[in-house]
Design a protein around this ligand. Structure first.
Ligand code: PEP
Ligand code: MG
Length: 324
């Protein structure tokens, strides 16, 4: 099935009615970039850098991180590489630092963890800023929800730059900084984020988890983990619409973006940037090439008004089948 899609590799992702769509890849380790090049992704929309820190005793120092990030940046030859800062904590604990909180997903993870471990955070920021000298790099901050977190994170970025300047290191001073939208509070008070960041990326995996109060890793409630819950769909749609209104780039980088059955739904909401596992990219591209946004958008707006999960599914099936 996938090999049949090979002919789409170098096709430009444009809808039937001429809308340009960008298809980015998610990676976890530097070597994943090979698969990204094979499918000719428009860039890397999410590099989950924490995977370089897991399952080892000594953590990577600045130079090891720099070399890893630079190898990815150079391999992408000027296409954007979005480096997410450490999303440590909860299910991704460092060796020897495992904690036993009652609610790890609500605890010290991602940006909260980084701000509590400023040495580790600034070291990573220095490595990223240095790698940015070799191509187009963007910094993406995970799990942001509070104004003061944003201010603290920007202060850390400024500190990392100052240290690099003092050390006479080559780096890119103008790297764009974006935020993951993956906490409902961030989605609902989006102005807080839009005032500070240059781009947004919706993390539907966590956004679903926190909106529905369903632990994304708990088998016992996995049947309730529903991307099509109307509350989830409305949050995603509102974030896309608000970002577009002010011309701010917005992507979806959670699993939803890589599922062909959701491609028309997201396109109909106005989404034009998708980031997904590279193995999904050509299947999603096929959906983009088949989609007429002018036809799909009003039908998606209608679907979003429904509170009935069965009707939502029926309507989506009809949209995907192309029938009215
Ligand atoms: C998400 O939450 O949707 C996301 C992309 O981040 P992660 O899956 O790494 O938490
Ligand atoms: Mg997440």
């Amino acid at each position: 099935e996938r090999s049949k899609l090979k002919h789409l590799t170098s096709a430009v992702a444009t809808t039937l009615d001429g809308e340009q769509v960008q298809l980015f890849a998610n990676i976890e380790l530097p070597q994943d970039v090979e698969q990204v090049k094979e499918v000719e992704a428009d860039g890397i929309g999410l590099f989950r850098t924490e995977f370089m820190f897991l399952n080892r005793d000594a953590l990577p120092d600045e130079d090891e991180q720099f070399e890893a990030y630079r190898s990815v940046v150079q391999a992408m030859k000027g296409r954007p590489v979005t480096l997410r800062t450490l999303d440590i904590g909860a299910d991704k604990a460092l060796r020897g630092a495992e904690r036993s909180e009652a609610n790890p997903a609500l605890g010290l993870r991602a940006i909260r963890y980084c701000l509590a471990e400023p040495r580790m955070f600034v070291t990573q920021l220095r490595a990223i800023l240095r790698a940015a000298h070799y191509g187009k790099v963007r910094i993406l901050l995970p799990m942001v929800a509070f104004q003061h977190e944003i201010e603290s994170a920007f202060a850390m970025i400024a500190l990392a730059k100052q240290q690099l300047r003092e050390a006479n290191r080559k780096f890119d001073d103008r790297v764009e900084v974006g935020a993951m939208v993956e906490i409902p509070a961030a989605a609902m008070a989006l102005g807080t984020l839009m005032n500070h960041f240059s781009f947004l990326s919706i993390g539907t995996n966590d956004l679903i988890q926190y909106t529905l109060a369903i632990d994304r890793a708990d088998e016992a409630v996995a049947h309730l983990y529903d991307p099509l819950h109307p509350a989830v769909l409305r949050l995603v749609q509102q974030v896309i619409a608000q970002a577009k209104r002010v011309g701010m780039p917005v992507a979806v980088c959670g699993e939803m973006a890589g599922e062909p059955q959701f491609a028309r739904l997201l396109l109909g909401m106005g989404l034009r940037q998708f980031s997904m596992h590279p193995s999904q990219l050509l299947e999603v591209k096929r959906e983009v090439l088949r989609c007429d946004c002018g036809d799909v958008a009003p039908r998606v707006i209608k679907l979003l008004r429904s509170d009935d999960p069965i009707r939502i599914r029926e309507q989506l099936e009809r949209i995907n089948a192309g029938s009215t």
